[in-house]
Design a protein around this ligand. Sequence first.
Ligand code: FEO
Length: 167
Amino acid sequence: MKIPAEIVQNLNEQLNRELYAHYLYLVMASYFFERELAGFGAFFLKQSEEEREHAMRLFHYLMEKGATFNPLPIEIPPKNYESPVSCFQLAYEYEQKVTLSYYNLLKKARDLGEYDVEEFLWWYIREQREEEALMQYWLTRTTLVKDNNAGLLLLDKEARKYARKRD
Ligand code: FEO
């Protein structure tokens, strides 16, 4: 069954949000690499790659359903962060925004009786739960150490281990 045009457009918008996250986390990886905090850099690189995979999953779904991929402009993410805390704050806020957009789309798909789309979207709802929890965890940890360099270096080590574990 063909997906209604409105939902196809919404799926394309979700794809764009995922690509923005890919970009955003690349910028954040660069922020940390530039400060010799390579553990956090690796963490955001890994997150960035995952976001690209989320975008590709949407792309393949559109193709499978015989729908069109409509490229949309990708906004340029902010580049200057005050601190690691502000990075994680922004990442956490963005993840919440993405979650909300999936909720809205899932509700619309259900209301329109688009159950295949709904089923497809549940994967993203679960993924968002994990990603929000992850960013919240690191936001709390970095807030605890704030400007304490020794603490930050310890967290950087932990972030590196985390990024490796998920290779
Ligand atoms: Fe794939 Fe974090 O949104």
